[in-house]
Ligand binder design. Structure first.
Ligand code: PMP
Length: 297
């Protein structure tokens, strides 16, 4: 996929630049050691035709927390970065887009702290999906990193080596995506998304501690409250998940996407009849700020 062309503009350390002309240092600590933090954000063309970055504050606040967790210098203001992001979108003529801010380290082959960081904001086109395609998911042989070895709640680049291994393994085995367990063998999350399952009219999702606490996960919890759907955060096994009525992944890029099967075993409740499907629809409406028709008397 082409992320940029000759006209693409990105933002780098305070300046708007052509993506094709921006450069980075091959001696960077981030490139060599995966020592960087990033965000995955989306903008949507709303029902009223405006461009709206979904949960912009939550994402840029998490970027700051991730940088701080990694001891990386970070002196950005969330509202300033949001303003800049809207400008990057406009300069690239994009409304439905994926937004990738990245904070990375300068040239440094040691493990020492840096006195400065670089920050870039890149955008590319991404149309909303939220379709009825269902995923065939495989339980990965890879587990999520031990939270005592990594700051698992930070969105750090190096953590994604684990995601890449798991996702590539699932695809090599003919599946659409991987499900990773935590170091104790309980369900954790996907390579780039959180997981929920539905059983007897109730939703369940892994508690925090071994997962990236997703902003979409928080949005799904919010939707459950709005729709009066009972939901519980708890620890559970893949066997419990496999016996569920329905299941889905949720994340900024994945949005809310249902599962067809886990390890070849299909979920029994038709997706269209599930509460999960209702949540998927509510998420779709939320991101484009769909105004529900006022009831008329
Ligand atoms: N878990 C992992 C490992 C992720 O990479 C992501 C994507 N950022 C998520 C969960 C979902 O997070 P969010 O809803 O904030 O995109």
């Amino acid at each position: 996929m082409a992320y940029y062309n000759a006209n693409t503009i990105l933002w780098l350390d305070g300046e708007f630049k052509k993506a094709s002309e921006a450069v980075t240092d091959l001696y960077g600590q981030s490139l060599h050691y995966g020592y960087a933090v990033f965000e995955g954000i989306r903008a949507y063309r709303t029902d009223s035709g405006e461009t709206k970055i979904f949960k912009a504050t939550e994402h840029y606040d998490r970027l700051r927390r991730s940088a701080q967790a990694m001891n990386m210098p970070y002196d950005h203001d969330t509202s300033e970065l949001i303003r800049i992001t809207y400008e990057v979108l406009e300069k690239n003529n994009l409304q439905d887009a994926y937004i990738r801010p990245l904070v990375y380290a300068p040239a440094n082959m040691s493990f020492n702290r840096n006195t400065e960081s670089h920050t870039t904001i890149q955008v590319w086109e991404m149309a909303p999906f939220l379709g009825d395609k269902l995923l065939r998911v495989m339980t990965s042989s890879f587990q999520r990193p031990n939270p005592k070895g990594f700051k698992i709640e930070a969105k750090a680049s190096g953590h994604y080596v684990n995601s890449i291994l798991a996702s590539q393994e699932a695809k090599a085995n003919g599946y659409d995506e991987a499900l990773l367990t935590d170091m104790n063998g309980n369900v954790a999350e996907g390579p780039g998304a959180n997981v929920f399952f539905e059983k007897a009219g109730k939703l369940f999702t892994p508690s925090t501690g071994n997962i990236l606490p997703g902003i979409t996960r928080a949005t799904v919890l919010e939707i459950c409250g709005e729709l009066d759907i009972p939901v519980e955060e708890k620890t559970f096994t893949t066997a419990e998940l496999a016996g569920a009525d329905a299941a889905f992944f949720c994340g900024t890029a994945a949005e809310v996407i249902g599962w067809e099967s886990l390890d070849g075993r299909p979920f029994t409740l038709p997706w269209k009849e599930s509460l999960s499907r209702k949540i998927q629809q509510a998420y779709k409406d939320k991101v484009v700020e769909k105004q529900h028709q006022l009831e008329t008397v």
